[in-house]
Design a protein around this ligand. Structure first.
Ligand code: SF4
Ligand code: SF4
Length: 732
């Protein structure tokens, strides 16, 4: 060992020892913070599926690849990081000896080839990512960036380190080539040989370059160890765990979509019959009341901003960005952690748990952080502004796009639950809706005895459950479908089509009450459970004696469809629920309904969030429309998984939209830009919002917003279409 190698070896050992010590300390700190969260035993079930999903999502980059070039570039960088860690290890042998290499595999041509290839692709990948970050930098003139609010220096630092480490790999190999100590053939390592041709015959260069590579890698480790909230770096380790512990590992995408989680206290679903707010946790009022998976979510965020770029609230000038919400919760959790780890915290009655002695030596910043209300305005020093919390439509675009499976919607609803149930703090205009739900069983407060009014004037009888036993489908009409004028047309269209196709169906009539979706999404789990339990009892009675596969329900409202199909199971109601577009697609496909007259004028389709993203029903409505128009749909730029919300979900239907541009107007402008005369929808709330948007733009004469069922009815029975064809653009 020469003097150069002695120095490089000592320096490499020293910086590595410091970096490893700091990294171990950082991991212990991170684990301690995550463990502050509430138990979540359900995250440990079904480990086989979890492992499979984690491997498929990470190795296949299933979310990232939807972003084309970025996804591919990130894949090469990720694989490069894993495989080229071997080259960092190899550098430790090279600081000791210029001829050093990895034992066993070092020297094998295949090892030389694979590492060379991945280093080249990784270099291209990181250059692409750097270019994309620069092109989308928040300070660029014009436009909103998905990186707005991200800690940009951290992103640039991580990318610069990756690039430097890759380049140093070629320099080390180049010096080995130049000093004739390189054992790999030119065909396997052409770039290294090309670099070697430019370098002098200097054997100390190998050890010095290897030391520089180690120093860069260890500096990276030291920086991230000193910044435990640096998700852009830590996600390389945490993403595997976050994906493994996602809440529904069997769902191929959007695992945090579909059903909401029940309200949990101490890791168990809360039973309102026995719940006590002084003993049980009602939603989330303190950051440590999130589950440990919530705290892992916050730690894993890479600050990539994909969620932000898709969020309807953010895109229309509201203060909510799902990314910034997660980052605020993360920063608060880590800043408050010293206080919590010292034994601090409030019990459920609001009393301090720690003794004065426990808090005596605590950092004042941690104590100040502990005093911040989780929900509060800037003046109150709140972590999350109420306008942020109430801007969410629960559309799920953030969850759908997040590459590391963060469950934003659950966290938002958990915070809403505390605000509504304990603080009675929510936008006042929504109070009418909640009162109507409690007193009348529907958000409009319409009399229950008018639930069947939509059947009047139909030229066939609509049977009720109890009057007939041999129905195949229970037609769940929903409150909008029963009381709201536009939605009633859809209800009549569906009933007419089912009757035409010979489907045996029956309704509950006055036995039906609101599914509870708006109460649950606003955070009033108590009212949700009250309504849901009543419905589950009614439905169980209606289907008495039938197996689950024969307990078929068809619903026209995606919110009812989602709640009955995905959430009633939490209360003992197991049903096979389909959306009417699915049933209609089946009836057309099997020849029971025959479209005869093409609907023309151009049709575009707006995917309702709770049908599309939350439940992955994208094809059926398009099939029905394709059959009805006997041609191609005109798609909006944002469609299917990337569809843009109408603005009504998350109980936003019953709140005023006072900040920014109206979401429905943004969507209507996109729909109108397609030139289609018909905007087809599959949800009564979308119908209301988009109709309002069209009318607000004074375009009611040119553009019609109408349900898929009504479009089909015009094609199947152009002479009937009860009450629906006043403005129908029908070919003729
Ligand atoms: S659910 Fe929709 S509105 Fe809510 S934060 Fe996510 S993207 Fe934004
Ligand atoms: S929450 Fe997910 S999508 Fe949003 S910035 Fe973080 S990692 Fe990216």
């Amino acid at each position: 060992m020469g003097s150069v190698q002695i120095v490089t070896t000592i320096l490499a050992a020293a910086i590595t020892a410091v970096a490893v010590w700091l990294a171990v300390r950082a991991v212990m700190k991170m684990v301690a913070v995550i463990r502050l969260g509430q138990p979540a035993p359900e995250r440990f079930t079904d480990k086989g599926t979890r492992t499979r999903t984690m491997l498929v999502e990470t190795a296949g980059h299933t979310r990232m690849l939807r972003w084309g070039v970025v996804g591919a570039a990130h894949w090469f960088v990720m694989v490069g990081f894993i495989v080229l860690s071997l080259l960092v290890l190899e550098a430790y042998f090279e600081v000791v000896s210029p001829t050093g290499g990895l034992p066993l595999i070092g020297g094998l041509a295949v090892y030389g080839l694979v590492t060379e290839l991945i280093a080249v692709l990784g270099t291209v990948g990181i250059l692409v990512l750097i270019a994309i970050r620069l092109r989308n930098r928040p300070t660029r003139p014009g436009g909103r960036s998905r990186f707005t609010g991200s800690t940009m220096w951290q992103g640039y630092f991580v990318e610069a380190v990756v690039l430097a480490v890759l380049i140093m790999g070629f320099v080390i190999r180049g010096f080995k080539v130049a000093t004739d100590h390189f054992e790999y053939p030119v065909w396997a390592t052409p770039v290294s040989h090309a670099v070697g041709a430019l370098l002098p015959d200097w054997s100390a260069g190998v050890s010095i370059a290897a030391f520089i590579k180690i120093a860069i890698s260890m500096t990276w480790l030291i920086v991230i160890a000193l910044n435990v909230t640096m998700g852009v770096a830590w996600h390389r380790f945490l993403a595997f765990f976050n994906i493994f512990f996602k809440r529904e590992p069997a769902r191929p995408a959007g695992s945090g979509l579909g059903p909401l989680r029940p309200m949990m206290s101490d890791g168990k679903p809360l039973d309102f019959e026995e719940a006590d707010p002084e003993k049980d946790q009602f939603g989330v009022a303190q950051v440590e009341q999130f589950s440990w998976k919530g705290l892992l979510d916050f730690s894993t965020c890479t600050e990539c901003g994909r969620c932000q770029s898709q969020c309807p609230a953010w895109n229309t000038g509201k203060p909510l960005s799902p990314k910034l919400l997660i980052l605020s919760l993360r920063d608060h959790a880590y800043a408050k952690a010293p206080y919590l780890l010292a034994g601090g915290g409030k019990d459920l009655t609001g009393e301090e748990k720690a003794t004065q002695a426990q808090l005596a030596h605590l950092d004042v910043l941690a104590l100040a952080e502990a005093d911040k209300p989780l929900i509060g305005t800037a003046e109150e020093g709140g972590v999350i502004d109420p306008d942020v919390l109430w801007s969410c439509t629960t559309c799920g675009a953030c969850v759908e796009q997040c590459p590391v499976d963060i469950e934003h919607v659950d966290h938002i609803v958990d915070m809403r639950r505390y605000q509504v149930l304990i603080e009675s703090s929510f936008p006042s205009e929504a109070g009418v809706m909640l009162r109507n739900l409690e007193n009348k069983g529907n958000p409009w407060g319409a009399p229950q005895n008018t639930r069947e009014d939509w059947t009047k004037g139909l030229d066939f009888e609509v049977p009720r459950v109890g009057e007939v036993d041999d129905f195949e489908y229970l037609f769940w009409v929903g409150c909008a479908g029963a009381f709201e004028d536009r939605a009633k047309k859809t209800t009549r269209a569906v009933a007419t089509l089912l009757n035409e196709a010979g489907v045996k169906f029956a309704i509950l009539g006055e036995g039906e009450t609101c599914s509870g979706d708006p109460a649950r999404r606003i955070g009033n789990e108590f009212v949700f459970q009250m309504l849901a339990q009543q419905n589950v009892e009614t439905l169980n009675e209606a289907f008495e004696g039938r197996e689950k596969r024969n307990r078929k329900i068809v619903a026209t409202c995606p919110h009812c469809f989602n709640t009955l199909g995905n959430e009633y199971g939490q209360l003992g109601g197991e049903f096979e629920v389909v959306h009417h577009t699915q049933l209609l697609a089946h009836l057309v496909g099997t020849g029971k309904l025959t479209p005869v007259q093409p609907v023309d004028g151009g049709v575009t389709y707006h995917d309702p969030c709770y049908l599309g993203r939350h439940n992955r029903v994208f094809a059926a409505p398009r099939e029905v429309l394709g059959d009805a128009i006997q041609g191609e749909l005109t798609e909006m730029p944002r469609n299917s998984e990337r569809s843009f919300c109408c603005g009504a979900g998350g109980a936003r239907m019953w709140m005023e939209e006072k900040i920014g541009k109206r979401i429905n107007v943004d969507r209507v402008e996109e729909a109108m830009a397609t030139g289609a005369r018909t905007v087809a929808v599959g949800c009564p709330f979308c119908s209301t919002m988009l109709n309002d948007g069209v009318n607000g733009k004074g375009a009611g004469e040119q553009v019609e917003v109408v349900d898929v069922a009504s479009v089909l009815l015009r094609s199947v029975k152009p002479d009937v279409a009860p009450g629906d064809k006043e403005t129908a653009p029908v070919a003729g």
